[in-house]
Design a protein around this ligand. Structure first.
Ligand SMILES: [Zn+2]
Length: 194
């Protein structure tokens, strides 16, 4: 029988390797340096709080962006997103209490298990957020039409750091412009400079 402690070490090692592979794949496919954050993302627990820069510069306020935000508001996305967060937080507290009390784990072991369990949960949460972004895009698209949506996506693409889909689903609450433009325009919009 493998002990829980040994299994924890194994899972953390597996996480480290998986993130390393993801990071190397990202560097190769985007040809962009990850900088200091790329190293910090490899370290369990630290990677839960490392920020992910999303833009090279702030996107311009335009009609599409305004209507996208209006779409979020009218579909009550903020409230739904917060409710999902609270539900997941409660689940986390319950899991922590369960591990801490009934399995006799130390606090640090319980926190590390929680960290591991949060990885797939976070991916599901990201997909839910992405779904909201598509809905808000669709709202703006229906009001403005294809031409303006396309121009807006081009603008956004110029401002955005172009992460791959796999990397984005692990780390981002926002889908990238490439993914969003595929959803609403059936066409990948990439920055001109690439
Ligand atoms: Zn949005």
């Amino acid at each position: 029988m493998i002990s829980l402690g040994a299994m924890l070490v194994f899972c953390l090692a597996l996480e480290f390797v998986a993130r390393l592979v993801l990071e190397i794949r990202e560097r190769r496919l985007t040809q962009l340096h990850g900088g200091m954050f790329a190293l910090l993302r490899l370290i369990p627990l630290v990677n839960d709080i490392v920020p992910l820069p999303e833009n090279r510069r702030e996107p311009l306020e335009n009609e599409f962006v305004k209507l996208h935000e209006e779409g979020h508001a009218s579909l009550r996305h903020g409230i739904l997103r917060n409710l999902a967060k609270v539900a997941l937080l409660l689940l986390a507290v319950w899991l922590l209490a369960f591990l801490f009390a009934s399995r006799g784990l130390s606090l640090i072991e319980a926190i590390l298990w929680l960290h591991l369990a949060a990885i797939p949960v976070r991916i599901v949460f990201h997909l839910y957020c992405w779904h909201q972004e598509y809905e808000a895009d669709r709202y703006a698209f229906d009001k403005l039409g294809k031409k303006k949506a396309k121009a807006a996506m081009r603008d956004l693409a110029e401002c955005e750091i172009p992460y791959t889909k796999l990397f984005a689903v692990v780390y981002r609450e926002h889908p990238t412009v490439v993914i969003r433009s595929l959803k609403i325009l059936n066409k990948e919009i990439k920055p001109e400079s690439n």
